[in-house]
Design a protein around this ligand. Structure first.
Ligand code: 4NP
Length: 154
């Protein structure tokens, strides 16, 4: 099973989502990566506020490097989680067929099914925004990890 987390810059939300989900699953069986729909931060380390909130929870995301989402990711991953509606639409726009589209989900729909809620972009806000983002992602990744384990047992 291969899971891709996607936001805009791949420096704030999706690196945290990657780190949090990795901390909850067996990474020898489940691959988790992240990417951005935008190009502005390619090659950069995650934002220091994301690194700080991760570290506070004993998770290191320091080694991650931002990259851009590409069409090849539809082939490489089984599930693609968008952090918000704008990114969801940007990914869907690149889909080549219905199978590609079926892989794309809004991450908060794992917690609030069908409500299409966004993980708010914390980039221009303060530390509080990152705490909120962490809490939302932690809860969503808890559900994702549990569902993966249930699938294992089937
Ligand atoms: P992310 O946050 O999409 O969660 O990585 C952002 C990072 C950078 C920008 C916007 C959002 N930016 O406009 O540069």
């Amino acid at each position: 099973m291969k899971i891709l987390m996607v936001c805009l810059g791949n420096i704030c939300r999706s690196p945290l989502a990657e780190g949090i989900l990795k901390s909850k699953v067996d990474t020898t069986k489940i691959t988790v990566e992240s990417a951005g729909t935008g190009s502005s931060h390619i090659g950069q380390q995650p934002d220091k506020r994301s690194r700080a909130i991760a570290k506070k929870h004993q998770i290191s995301i320091d080694d991650q490097v931002a990259r851009k989402f590409t069409v090849a990711d539809f082939d490489a991953f089984d599930l693609i989680y968008a952090m918000d509606g704008a990114n969801y639409r940007n990914i869907i726009r690149l889909a080549r067929n219905e199978a590609d589209k079926q892989k794309v989900k809004l991450i908060l729909n794992e917690l609030f099914e069908g409500e299409n809620l966004d993980i708010p972009d914390p980039y221009y806000g303060g530390e509080m925004g990152f705490q909120t983002v962490y809490k939302m992602l932690n809860e969503a990744c808890f559900v994702i990890a549990n569902n993966l384990h249930t699938d294992d047992e089937r």
